[in-house]
Every structure is written in structure tokens, then in C-alpha cells.
Design a protein around this ligand. Sequence first.
Ligand code: R1P
Length: 288
Amino acid sequence: MKIKESELILNPDGSVYHLQLHPENIAETIITVGDPDRVSTVTNFFESIEFSTQKREFHTQTGYYKNKRITVISTGIGTDNIDIVLNELDALANIDLKTRTVKNELSSLDIIRIGTSGSLQENIPVDSFVASKKAVGFDSLLHYYKSEKFQDNEFSSAIHNHLSNERLAKPYVINSDDNLFDLFSNNEKIHAGITATNVGFYAPQGRVLRVKLSDEKFVDKLQSFNYQNQQITNLEMETSGIYGLSKIFGHRALSLNAIIANRATGEFSKKGKELIEELIELTLNKLV
Ligand code: R1P
């Protein structure tokens, strides 16, 4: 079935609408970062860059690291942007843009987020790393997609009951790709974690500057949640969307977090730039 022009929007040059990419511009391994400037922090490690473009917050470069072709793309902040990036990457991989039809043979991408995050637990200190085994999405993105079979409903009910706040939608819970997770789990600096994703940086992550929160105990409750010895380790703004849409589309995803703040102790990293560079180099060397 042909997908209408209003649904799959292409630019006059045939590239996908927001990312401004053609199918040949992307590799099968994709690294996502939030900050457009972080794209070149990653590709500075590359031997060569074959392609670069930027539209809005979506900066993309494709090149080679130790002979492996990798695309690095910035998503900007939040799961609303993740909806755009994941759908357009999937369209590049799995839709014939000329005929506007889904390809008969679908392909899977490896999608690895390298981002920053705040730890919720004292034992996950500033300047460490978290690989997200699960994502808990408070953002509602996945509720718009048919996705029930990919969700961990028991975990989701447990956290929803623990938070006991009827204003909040029930969070969706999605696992990382097992193989990608295992690749990063045998490193002593990387903690295995459960990452909560929310729609904002301030009240949705329990930060108070000038006005009160609707639930002053939101972060306390996230910190005290314990389900079958599993705790929520960190908070950020993209992982659940990446995990949810990757599962639905048949891609493999992993989120790697550089812990730059600790919400339990109030500390903030003094070497954020070096920390993210260390995580980038570690990630690239695991992927080759
Ligand atoms: C907020 O400052 C941003 O930082 C974190 C959050 O998820 C949010 O995008 O990740 P990045 O450093 O990858 O952008």
C-alpha cells in the first residue's frame, strides 16, 4: 500500500522530512546523542567521515571507526524528538521512499544512545556509567502505538501502584536488547540499571526552583521503589522512547548513561566533558 504524501513527508530532494537524510546516508549501527555538538565529539574519534548534514537539532554524520561504518545523529532533548528520529530512521531502512511502500525484507538497526543522566541512588556515584537494562517511560509516547506485547506489565503496575498518583499515566516498561546489553555488562565502571524517562527536566524530574511540585515525594518514591530487588537507578529524557519504538520496529537498542548528577547526594560532576568522552571511546571500542 502506498503511504500518502501527508503521512510520509519527503523534501524536494527525496530525503526524509526532519532528518534530511537519504537511505544511503545511514549505517546499520546508529549512535544517538542529545546535543548536536556531541556528534562531532563522537566522530572526532573516527578515521574518516563520508557524510554530514544538519537540519534543526538533527545533526548527522556517517563515517568509519576501525573499519566499522557508524552513523551518529543528535536527537535534541526529549521523547517527542525520539518519535521523529526513530520513525524517520526506520523509514530510511524499511520503506522504499520512491514507491512509498514498505519493503518486503525488513532490516534491523543497532541504536545506541550515549547520553547524560542523573543518578537516583547513592551507590551509583557521579562520574560512573549506567547501561539501561529496562526503561520506565512516564512520557506516554508508546501509549499511542500498538505496543502491549512489548511491555513489562507487572513491573509497570508495581511502579504505578508505588507512586499512587492518579494524575500520572501508567508508565510503560521496555527492556533493552539483550545482546547489546551483554556487550557492555562486563565492565566494572558500568552499572546495570533501570532508567526512568520523563517529559521534562524540572518538575517531571522532581526539581524545585521557584514553585511547588504537584507531588513533592515523586523522586523519593522513585528512589524507594523496589520490585523483586530491582530499583530505579537514574532519570533522563529519551531512553523509554528509544527502547519502545526500537522494539516495535524490530531494531535493537541500548542506552548508555554518563552519570553527571546524583540526586540522592546533591552532587554534580566536575568533569562532565571528560566523562562523556570516556563513555564515547568505550562505546566505540565495544561496537567494533
Ligand atoms: C537534559 O539536560 C538532557 O540531558 C540528558 C537528558 O536525557 C536530556 O536530553 O541527555 P543528553 O545529554 O543526551 O541530552
